[in-house]
Design a protein around this ligand. Structure first.
Ligand SMILES: *Cc1c(COP(=O)(O)O)cnc(C)c1O
Length: 231
């Protein structure tokens, strides 16, 4: 085995829970309004078990094959699995079969395929938005989010729940907040038309305080939960 770093996942989670509750108070958010999604990509089943034992139920993955192996192995644990990665059309069936949530829907074609291939309970869906500061190609522009929400809201096997974004890393807290505020404003605007929207998926290890300050209901944390990802 390489390296001697011992990560205490349970201790990380206990500390994070305290920080999240502290930020909720500091920024006037109601208690327990921010949920922790543990991003377990490239992490082992042993690490996921440790997080589950510490009370985490929601896990995020972004490679289908890797995720399916873990979902099968951990089927006894009653976890909720969230797909948070880019979606190729030929992966929608596996995603529709294996996941409870998808945060990264960014075009109608993908939404339609997920709807057609989903069996059982509806898939819980967030639209991924590409904020103005992002160089990445994933996500709809804010101006296009409403049309995609409209499309999803008509698909019976998808339940439209919210918006997600992955802003480029920004050094300043005030810049991070400004970026998340853009998504939050779009969310509040769309909520007028789609009352079922209740999920604002934003904030990662380096910027989750700013995300909580701006109204995140789901923060997606990998490194601060599990330590650095194995390469
Ligand atoms: C990897 C990843 C995360 C977690 O990133 P950390 O910086 O390790 O917290 C969150 N969201 C998405 C979409 C990711 O791909």
């Amino acid at each position: 085995m390489r390296g001697q770093i011992v990560i205490d996942v349970a201790e990380n989670i206990a500390q994070l829970n305290r920080r999240i509750r502290d930020y909720e108070r500091r920024y006037g958010r109601s208690e327990n309004s921010v949920g922790l999604l543990a991003v377990s990509k490239r992490q082992s089943c042993a690490s996921i078990r440790a997080a589950a034992a510490a009370g985490v139920r929601d896990f995020g993955e972004n490679y289908l094959q890797e995720a399916q192996d873990k979902i099968d192995e951990l089927a006894g644990l009653d976890l909720r699995w969230h797909y948070i990665g880019p979606i190729q059309a030929n992966k929608t069936r596996g995603i529709a079969d294996s996941f409870d949530w998808v945060h990264s829907v960014d075009r109608a074609k993908i939404a339609t395929r997920l709807n057609d291939q989903r069996q059982g309970e509806p898939l819980q869906v967030c639209v991924q938005v590409n904020l103005s500061t992002e160089a990445s190609k994933s996500g709809v522009l804010i101006a296009e989010a409403e049309a995609l929400c409209d499309c999803i809201s008509r698909l019976p096997k998808l339940s439209l729940r919210g918006l997600m974004a992955i802003p480029a890393p920004l050094p300043e807290f005030s810049q991070q907040r400004a970026c998340f505020r853009e998504l939050a404003q779009c969310f509040h605007h769309l909520k007028g038309r789609f009352p079922g929207l209740d999920t604002l998926s934003m904030g990662m290890s380096n910027d989750f305080e700013a995300a909580i300050a701006e109204g995140a209901t789901c923060i997606r944390l990998g490194t601060v939960v599990f330590g650095p990802r194995p390469t």
